[in-house]
Design a protein around this ligand. Sequence first.
Ligand SMILES: NC(=O)C1=CN([C@@H]2O[C@H](COP(=O)(O)OP(=O)(O)OC[C@H]3O[C@@H](n4cnc5c(N)ncnc54)[C@H](OP(=O)(O)O)[C@@H]3O)[C@@H](O)[C@H]2O)C=CC1
Ligand SMILES: O=C(CO)COP(=O)(O)O
Ligand SMILES: [Zn+2]
Length: 348
Amino acid sequence: MFAKSTWIKLPRNVLVGHGVLDDVGTAVAELSLGGTPLLVTSPSPNELAGDRLRAQFDGAETVTVDSASFGAVAEIVEAAEDAGATFLVALGGGKPIDLAKMAADELGVGFVSVPTAASHDGIVSGRSSIPEGDTRHSVAADPPLAVIADTEIMANAPWDLTTAGCADIISNYTAVKDWRLARRLKNVEYSEYAGALSEMTAEMLVDNADSIKQGLEESSWIVSKALVSSGVAMSIAGSSRPASGAEHLFSHQLDRIAESPALHGHQVGVGSILTEFLHTGENGQWRAIRDALEAIGAPTTATELGIDDETVIEALTTAHTIRDRYTILGDGVNEDAAIEVASFTGVI
Ligand SMILES: NC(=O)C1=CN([C@@H]2O[C@H](COP(=O)(O)OP(=O)(O)OC[C@H]3O[C@@H](n4cnc5c(N)ncnc54)[C@H](OP(=O)(O)O)[C@@H]3O)[C@@H](O)[C@H]2O)C=CC1
Ligand SMILES: O=C(CO)COP(=O)(O)O
Ligand SMILES: [Zn+2]
């Protein structure tokens, strides 16, 4: 008997465009959530756009978070309970969005994502990533009920955040390769649809690389659409597999061991150069990945990440240990092999 079933949770309203920050109230009213939200933001986004958001939600209270931690999640949960909030609206980069996502999950209420930076696909996904001590918890939560991405605001965010978002999308190429490998070797469940959507998203971004330029609002439009599409691929898969493979393990490990980690997207981009080399060898596609990253101005070397060579090698040789996710790293890359791949690709 065929007894397979699947449950795909997706955002219901997605608005991307110039000035759509002023449409958050309308988009939320359309969801018939009722009651008043708690607004969750961080200092710069609050300064930039907090008042415009508050003007659309009479009587809504605001929590401003400084850093991502489980303590901050608890603070949001408490504030929402005290205020009797019926849903959360997160305004900002990945930090307030992830915290609100996790708090909404704990409260059993919905949340709305209003990203002010196109820094990674967590701004639209159903995954939350919270650092704790020297480790990082990547947990499943519901995706946002709505995503309202104002390209005017995003275009004025620090440019590095946009190139990081692009690199996070480019890394989908190697993530899907790892997923297929895990299907072949470990019989991991694989979705053709999610894999194809994830690859197509990366393809479209690379094809539009010429239009991704600082000061060009169209860049935020292209990147936001790609981030939404990548988030949808993860929702279809019911896991982050379509957008997170060995290059993400490498980045998560850098977050743990580097003195001063770089942006998530920048680290996974460099990780993708390395893991593409591991997948397809010296004449494989790693140059295409590197060139795509270079074209949008994302880092392609350890120096550009601001991380020393030894730390890159340590991250590459230990990344396989941090999560039960089979990838091209297998049971570990030894130090000589890691130095070879990182040197050949010019990462170190
Ligand atoms: N769920 C997932 O799949 C993933 C989640 N993450 C999580 O996301 C976070 C990192 O995301 P990121 O977006 O870089 O983090 P932040 O939200 O910290 O944003 C990065 C910086 O940009 C500032 N900022 C945001 N928007 C604007 C703007 N429009 N103009 C000026 N400054 C702005 C922030 O200000 P301020 O300092 O005032 O906040 C912050 O200093 C981490 O907490 C990480 O754990 C990372 C990857 C994947
Ligand atoms: O960053 C992500 C996808 O781009 C999420 O991946 P993780 O599940 O590895 O946190
Ligand atoms: Zn990512």
